[in-house]
Design a binder for this molecule. Structure first.
Ligand code: DGL
Length: 263
């Protein structure tokens, strides 16, 4: 029987999504793949991102997962609309993120932050507009934020200054609903709130995805796991730096196995 829920990201940012899912589904096992060796995806072409993504989907299928979540926004844009991979349910972050933003906005003005690949694809804008044609959308690429997170520069004046530059238009036009369209951004939420103000509604993928996943159990598409729980984190490159950050990002959820894999 297929057991764990597969989840992938280009790096460690997707652990922000894994942590939320691990908390919302406390009996489920997870198998996470972080493609650290080829990070970042956000400055690569759609063709390359899709090629990498297909390798990871094949890897997760071989791990016997029962569903696959594409936590990486940049990768989600190239699999948009695809609901399964070789018979395994496939979820991306764009549609749940867009729906969550529409549910919280009070003025139909939504800003989207993401990598260059995500913003260039206009996946969020097009999805938002297909769900609510009257919505006003601003998209902002923030390429420097990912390396800052990977370096652990959280709650840091440099991160705040760079965010200030990226967010100036969003702030001056009073957009108060902001989709964090990149797995890394929830890590620097404090820095973003310092720039955008306490009243900003930041929309994260984790919660929105959890609701979508729950629906798959309710529709009996997924069967709850039984037995010993595993939270397995596989990465394509392993350094001490990654290991420290991974445990920190997942805390208090445990990582039961951390291993380096070759795709
Ligand atoms: N995980 C990617 C995303 O959510 C960001 C990091 C990268 O550029 O690879 O888009």
């Amino acid at each position: 029987m297929r057991k764990a829920i597969g989840i992938f990201d280009s790096g460690l940012g997707g652990l922000t999504v894994l942590k939320v899912l691990a908390q919302r589904f406390p009996n489920e096992s997870f198998c996470y793949l972080g493609d650290i060796a080829r990070l970042p995806y956000g400055n690569k072409s759609p063709e390359t991102i899709r090629r990498y993504g297909l390798q990871i989907l094949a890897f997760l299928k071989n791990q016997n997962v029962k569903a696959i979540i594409i936590a990486c926004n940049s990768a989600s844009t190239v699999f948009l609309g695809e609901k399964e991979f070789e018979g395994i349910p496939l979820l991306n972050v764009i549609e749940p993120g867009a729906a969550a933003a529409l549910a919280v906005t009070t003025d139909d003005k939504i800003a989207v932050l993401g990598t260059s690949a995500t913003i260039r694809s206009h996946a969020y804008r097009d999805t938002l507009k297909s769900m609510a044609p009257g919505v006003e959308v601003i998209e902002q690429a923030c390429p420097l934020l990912v390396p800052l997170v990977e370096e652990g520069m959280v709650d840091d004046t440099i991160t705040e200054q760079i965010a200030r530059r990226y967010l100036s238009e969003i702030k001056s036009k009073n957009f108060s609903t902001v989709i964090l369209g990149c797995t890394h951004y929830p890590v620097i939420k404090t820095d973003l709130i310092k720039v955008l103000g306490e009243d900003v509604k930041l929309v994260e993928s984790g919660d929105a995805l959890a609701d979508e996943l729950k629906a798959l159990y309710q529709d009996n598409i997924l069967i709850p796991d039984v037995g010993t729980r595993q939270i397995r984190v596989c990465i394509t490159d392993l350094t001490d730096h990654f290991e420290r950050l991974a445990h920190k990002l997942m805390f208090p959820e445990p990582i039961t196995d951390l291993e380096r894999v070759v795709l």
